[in-house]
Design a protein around this ligand. Structure first.
Ligand SMILES: [Zn+2]
Ligand SMILES: [Zn+2]
Length: 338
């Protein structure tokens, strides 16, 4: 089979890779329906994370079950399935507490930009749709496997509630999905921080009521102006840089909350400052598995359309161009079709 491999910063190749096959009775193999490039794939692509030996890439997927191991009874060949970027048995204590992305058996998916994918712990990881959904829903369901689930978690961690004011730091796919989540959770005012016009437009379509183009402390000042001088109830940090985190922490009001889902790179939080800010802070890889049934339903009923974050569609074989387009900010997110 063929799939993407990263060799070095800026060097992603589509080539023959090891076949996806059942290695354990708890595995399944799926045939990829659509997959994509994630903002977090850009960290190694840009040299911000070590790459080591050449390795496969990709952790977002929807597909058709091709084969299941002997211990897998919840899904069967032919079904259309959505899974999370983190595998989970969905039965251990952490899973039962709703933190499937901290499953005691967790593995992070990393081979999904390929024609076929092995899914560990398929029984707990995969959710099948009732029937094969119309192709127009595939991008939305693919978004649910990571960015929509992650945006949802950011909003939940930031305790967005009915009538609240939410700020979203980051206008990438996760930030845009965070806007969708804040809207669904009843935020009355949603302030998106974005400098890029097409992304501002999409943020507004998704429910943003205000756009702030300033960054850093200037951005914080703008947020304070818009929130009676105190800051927002909820702030969703969807980038992962020191600047974004500082902007998020300073944009929350005393008693407010920050949900941070951008994978932190060189982010340090000042204990004294956090102490005196009265701001609550929760982050981490999103427990997407917990949200899958609800989000799949929202997509299939048309309540939300997170598939709009894909503004470039390429054949899987052109995956390298998909990375380039995102790296050069010509695309928010690249959808790949095998
Ligand atoms: Zn991702
Ligand atoms: Zn578990």
């Amino acid at each position: 089979m063929r799939g993407a491999m990263i060799y070095a910063p800026g060097d992603v190749r589509f080539e023959t890779v090891e076949d996806a096959k059942i290695l354990k009775p708890t595995d399944a193999v799926i045939r990829t329906a659509v997959t994509c490039v994630c903002g977090s794939d850009l960290w190694p692509y840009r040299g911000a994370e070590p790459i080591g030996d050449p390795h496969p890439m990709g952790h977002e997927y929807v597909g058709f079950v091709e084969e299941v191991g002997s211990a897998v009874t919840s899904v069967r060949p032919g079904q259309f399935v959505v899974g999370s970027f983190a595998t989970s048995d969905n039965t251990c204590a952490n899973c039962r507490n709703g933190f499937q992305s901290a499953c005691l058996r967790r593995e992070f998916m990393s081979t999904c930009q390929a024609e076929y994918v092995r899914i560990p712990d398929a029984q707990g990881t995969l959710v099948a749709t009732d029937e094969v959904p119309d192709e127009k829903f595939w991008p939305g369901l693919l978004a649910v496997s990571d960015v929509m689930g992650t945006g949802w978690y950011a909003a939940e961690a930031a305790e967005v509630g009915p009538g609240s004011t939410a700020v979203v730091v980051g206008d990438g796919a996760v930030g845009l999905c965070g806007v969708i989540a804040a809207k669904e959770m009843g935020a009355e005012r949603i302030i998106a921080m974005s400098r890029h016009e097409p992304r501002q437009k999409l943020a507004r379509e998704f429910g943003a009521t205000d756009i702030v183009t300033e960054r850093g402390e200037e951005g914080v000042e703008r947020i304070k102006e818009l929130t009676g001088g105190i800051g927002a109830d909820s702030v969703l940090e969807c980038v992962g840089t020191a600047e974004a985190m500082s902007q998020a922490l300073h944009s929350a009001r005393p008693g407010g909350n920050v949900g941070f889902v951008g994978v932190p790179h060189d982010v340090a939080v000042d204990g004294q400052e956090l102490f005196f800010s009265h701001v609550g802070l929760r982050g981490g890889p999103a427990p997407v598995r917990r949200y899958l049934p609800g989000l799949i339903d929202r997509v299939l009923t048309g309540a939300i359309d997170p598939g709009q974050v894909f503004d470039l569609t390429l054949p899987l074989g052109e995956v390298a161009e998909g990375y380039r387009a995102m790296d050069e900010r010509r695309a928010v997110k690249t959808l790949l079709k095998p």
